[in-house]
Design a protein around this ligand. Structure first.
Ligand code: AVI
Length: 327
């Protein structure tokens, strides 16, 4: 019986839930309800995000595309001047449509590196492994599906070469500034002195331009947020009525925080697994932060977290920056 008791104690019900179920229930039971934006990216979420990136108001993709298309040769020459050999690890690789320009230039310099794309979406990784060889036949690709640091640890066991880590697309902006500092410090701890990080920051600009990017006129961002409720309905046997929630985006130029919420349009009860979640009319679910930075703030972040800022690569409008840091 003592074994039985120990077993019972060690496996309370919450521990048996997949992380997604556990995090969703925790967020919906919190005093200020929230959901984690990393869960936006199921297959349908990936497709909606592709449409966001193609919509006219969502400028970051075009800005970073311009940087990669026009400055990849410069960036790769700089990387090559700082290290002889390297492997490339990309955090949140997505469809790699931007990093592909840099990978191409890096291949011109050194054929022997391996590209390790890491993404939370299994679908994204299998697409990359399938399609990258068509675009860059000489590239060695080893995709990893999972959380950034778990997969980085995996990369360290696979390769001892110096690392060039890519964190593009303003993915870092989806952490709060405090989480970002923690993330950069943690990343620094995974890296060796001399390793490099190329990281994107969406820069502060006219607040209306930012707000419009997260509240597009076609309602694609709205759909993107609501899709997480659809995912919860499907995967957690829930009964969210999507017509009873609205999308609301805010941008505070003081702090640089762009946040999105879903707003309950009435008093309502939603069943999620075997729990009932109560919503008051106009109660919100905090969905996502997309933090905007100044160049100075980005440099300060580098120094605070154990990196040296080496160079900034901006688009012509100066709306977005990819910064190269060295550990
Ligand atoms: C993935 N990430 C950088 C996007 C952003 O701009 O924060 C996600 C996004 N959310 C709404 N629109 C785009």
């Amino acid at each position: 019986t003592s074994v039985m008791n120990a077993f019972t104690v060690l496996t309370p019900k919450q521990d048996q839930l997949p992380a997604f179920h556990r995090d969703v229930l925790q967020g919906l039971n919190a005093k200020d309800k929230y959901l984690d934006a990393k869960y936006f990216y199921d297959d349908n979420g990936d497709r909606i995000f592709q449409r966001i990136m193609a919509c006219p108001e969502y400028y970051p993709t075009n800005c970073e595309m311009e940087i990669m298309q026009e400055q990849s040769a410069k960036i790769s020459a700089l990387i090559a001047s700082l290290t002889e050999t390297f492997d490339v690890v990309e955090l949140g690789a997505g469809d790699a449509t931007k990093s592909i320009y840099l990978l191409k230039e890096l291949l011109n310099i050194d054929h022997s590196f391996t590209y390790y794309p890491i993404d939370i979406s299994a679908n994204v990784i299998s697409q990359l492994e399938q399609h990258l060889p068509e675009r860059l036949p000489a590239l060695q690709v080893h995709g990893l599906h999972g959380e950034y640091f778990e997969m980085l640890r995996m990369v360290q066991t696979l390769s001892a070469r110096p690392k060039v880590v890519l964190c593009m697309g303003g993915n870092i902006g989806n952490f709060t500034p405090m989480e970002t500092r923690k993330f950069c410090r943690q990343l620094r701890n995974y890296l060796q002195a001399g390793d490099m990080l190329l990281t994107g920051f969406d820069l502060k600009k006219h607040p209306q331009i930012i707000l419009n990017a997260y509240n597009d006129s076609e309602g694609i961002t709205r759909e993107f947020n609501l899709n997480l409720l659809t995912r919860i309905n499907r995967e957690m046997d829930a009964d969210f009525d999507l017509t009873k929630f609205d999308h609301y985006a805010t941008y505070d130029p003081g702090t640089g925080a762009c946040k999105s919420y879903l707003v309950s349009l009435e008093d309502q009860q939603v069943r999620v697994l075997d729990e009932v979640i109560e919503f008051k009319m106009h109660e919100t679910i905090y969905m996502e932060i997309s933090q905007k930075y100044s160049l100075d703030e980005s440099e300060k972040l580098a120094v605070q977290t154990g990196f040296e800022p080496v160079a900034h690569f901006m688009d012509k409008k100066k709306w977005f920056v990819d910064s190269l840091w060295q550990a």
